[in-house]
Design a protein around this ligand. Sequence first.
Ligand code: F0G
Length: 364
Amino acid sequence: MSIRKRYTGLIETYRDRLPVSESTRIISIGEGNTPLIQLQNIPRLIGKDVDIYVKFEGLNPTGSFKDRGMTMAVTKAVEEGSQAILCASTGNTSASAAAYAVRAGIKAFVLIPEGKIALGKLAQTLMYGAEIIQINGNFDVGMALVKQLADHAPVTIVNSINPYRLEGQKTAAFEIVDELGTAPDFHCLPVGNAGNISAYWKGYSEYARASENLKAVTDKRPVMCGYQAAGAAPFISGKMIDHPETIATAIRIGHPQSWDKAWNAQKESGGWFDAMTDEQILAAQKMLSQFEGIFCEPASATSLAGALQDIGAGKIPEGSSIVCTLTGNGLKDPDTAISQCKDTHPVTIDATLDAVKRAILDRM
Ligand code: F0G
């Protein structure tokens, strides 16, 4: 029997493509290596001949794709002698920063919009023991403050304006190409601050270039499709928005920091941005749960909502292979999930064999 090598995180796996040296102390919690799940029931349900895969980033250590960027950003912060990290967040970045700071033995300060982050994200950030600073302003306001604070306190910013974040996050594209043996035709992503779409494009592009000297398997790059929530869609209106609003609080962002990089990904790939209503987002989230057994958070389902719309319209043609990134785990936002299922409240019955038997037989 052969023993499979223990997986020790994405920096170890893609070390030759990341800015680390032999002496770098790597701060990892085993992030990356997330499953690329082929949808089986949804393509049949919509009656289209398409190959849809979801990259389920909700299975990272803190339940979101942010861990890919955070392992790299915190590794470099520690290498550079930093004692504290700082971020603004709609919840996932703060949870991830808090966890990696614990792992590194440094301090994490997180700025979050009061009352506007999902319960699971708050719970985990509290448990990791970060210094949580709630502000009566949205993510964009927090982000502007964080950028100013860097000049006033000895802290390293770990939002995606930190270039190491995108370095870590680009590895998701590597994993997809390594697994499929090629790039998909289309790659669909939810877009908030726009770091992730920029990181994927960087990853696909680096692999495509590496294929010239046979260090990677394909020179193909996907068409990049970025989907925003309709109430928080600066890429669709073409200008920043001051009061973004959506039930998908993770992407409740009006001033994306990676504005130019994301436009570049769209233009170079021949892709597009589009806006999904909250209803479309929640419907896609529910569909994934009810037909595929995959529970992601609302913002994450924006990628599938967009893909389904554009497959329906023929913009994504039949015969295509499509990857949708599911950025975060459904457990992060139990309130939104429960409120979506208010018509399907569990029954309560007597704890007797007879009553339980009847309850089951009635529902067969
Ligand atoms: N999906 C989820 C679940 C997110 O948490 C985020 C961003 C995005 C998508 C959008 O990714 O910003 O790279 O375009 N969350 C950040 C945070 C802003 O603070 O957790 P993006």
